[in-house]
Structure formats: structure tokens, C-alpha cells
Design a protein. Structure first.
Length: 245
């Protein structure tokens, strides 16, 4: 056997050994990464569902924004607006769980579309989301903006619930036995003119002549001169929400 042939044989053996070693190394790295990812996921879930974890704090800006809201919208006032945010977030979570976005009262079309996307995403994965035993800890204003065309208030809501996902009846994420602490934001929008029904806003009309009310803060109908009952609270809607933590 020539030295050239022997060299080729040794070279082939070397290539095989290198490939085997690379395969084993790749498999070991892949397993380690999967294990690390699984641990990180488990740690995040555990952190989010720790029964001893304190509730998330909310912004301490209510005292600054409340007088402005009371001044700009005395007909609804701050308390009714906060109640709308409280009831709204619970209604939103129930709608996601029941997969019925139209069940949310005072929801804008923007919010309904947002809920439909979330529900469709869970449906594609054949999963169900659950929010049981919801308990609100605190509510605070994050921001308030008002101008001639619109106004918005962003609330942050700290709450706990039994939050978990199931697939074919089995829990695949979260825990159904101990509470999750979460922080949500919810946006209330107000259309000052009461005209943008395409965006889901309430359209105001004079109860006497039926003419559209050009400015919902008006006290008289611009067509017949009849006195108007303020409809400010009817035009506030829940426009969106977000899971912050």
C-alpha cells in the first residue's frame, strides 16, 4: 500500500472523528441553551406568581391631575373616571378570557380591535387565558392631556389574580393556585366634538330638534336654542390597555 493511499485513509478517519466531535459539541451546547431557557422561563413565571411578592406601585400623580380633571370635566368628575378605569380593566380581562371583546362597555373600536387580535393569537395557539379572583390593589394617574379636540387620561392599575394559560385543559403557563402580581395601564379617551363615530365615539344630538351637537360642552343647541344636559360622561371611552409588568 502506497504512502499516498495511507495518507488518504488517515485523512478520512480524521474528518470522521472531527465531525463526530463537532456533532457532540453542538448537541451539548443546544441542550445547555434549552435548559438555560427553560430555567429562565420558570424563574420569570415564579417571579410573576410569587404569593409573597408585594403589589406593584402606581404613579403618585393623582393629586396633581385630579384638580385639572375636576375643572375640565366637572360633570363626570375624578371618582367616576377612576371607577370607569377599575371596571374597565376587569371587563377587559373577562373579555379576553371569554373571547367576547364586544362585552366591554364604553369600549372604542380601537380597543375592540386590540382585544380581537389578542384573542385570535391565543386561538391560533389553541390556548385559553384565565384571570381568576381579580383583586385591584391601587389605581393612579400616569398622565392627563386635554385640548380643544380631545382629552385622554392614562391610569395605571396594580392588581393580582390567578393568571394562567391552558391548552387542552392542562396548564401550560402561570399557576392556578397562587396569585400573580401585575401592573396594567388603561387609556380613557374623550372626543370633545362628539362627531367621530367611525372611531367608536358617541355622537351627541339635541333631544329637542335632533340636530347634531357641534360642541358637547355647549349648554344650548346652536339650531333651536334649547338648553342641553351635558353629555360629557357619555363620550368618555376606554381606548386601549397594556400589560406593563
Amino acid at each position: 500500500m502506497s504512502s499516498y493511499l495511507i495518507g488518504l485513509i488517515f485523512f478520512a478517519i480524521f474528518i470522521v472523528v472531527v465531525r463526530v466531535l463537532m456533532f457532540k459539541l453542538s448537541h451539548a451546547i443546544h441542550s445547555a441553551l434549552n435548559s438555560s431557557t427553560a430555567r429562565m422561563t420558570a424563574e420569570l413565571l415564579a417571579a410573576g406568581t410569587n404569593a409573597e411578592q408585594p403589589p406593584y406601585p402606581v404613579p403618585n400623580l393623582t393629586a396633581a391631575y385630579k384638580p385639572k380633571i375636576e375643572r375640565d370635566f366637572p360633570e363626570i368628575g375624578y371618582e367616576r373616571m377612576e371607577a370607569m378605569a377599575r371596571n374597565g380593566i376587569i371587563s377587559i380581562l373577562n373579555a379576553v378570557e371569554s373571547k367576547r371583546p364586544d362585552d366591554v362597555e364604553n369600549a372604542s373600536k380601537t380597543l375592540k380591535n386590540q382585544l380581537k387580535i389578542i384573542i385570535e393569537d391565543y386561538s391560533r395557539r389553541q390556548e385559553d387565558i384565565h384571570y381568576d379572583n381579580v383583586e385591584i390593589h391601587a389605581v393612579g394617574i400616569e398622565n392627563y392631556v386635554s385640548n380643544q379636540s380631545s382629552a385622554s387620561v392614562i391610569f395605571q392599575i396594580s392588581l393580582q389574580s390567578l393568571a394562567y394559560r391552558t391548552k387542552n385543559g392542562a396548564v401550560v403557563s402561570g399557576f392556578n393556585t397562587k396569585p400573580t402580581q401585575n401592573l396594567f395601564s388603561i387609556v380613557l379617551m374623550h372626543n370633545q366634538k362628539g362627531k367621530e363615530t367611525a372611531q367608536g365615539y358617541f355622537e351627541a344630538n339635541c333631544p329637542n330638534c335632533g340636530a347634531p351637537i357641534e360642541d358637547i360642552q355647549s349648554r344650548k343647541c346652536s339650531y333651536c336654542g334649547s338648553g342641553l344636559v351635558p353629555v360629557v360622561d357619555k363620550i368618555w371611552q376606554i381606548d386601549s390597555f397594556k400589560l406593563l409588568k
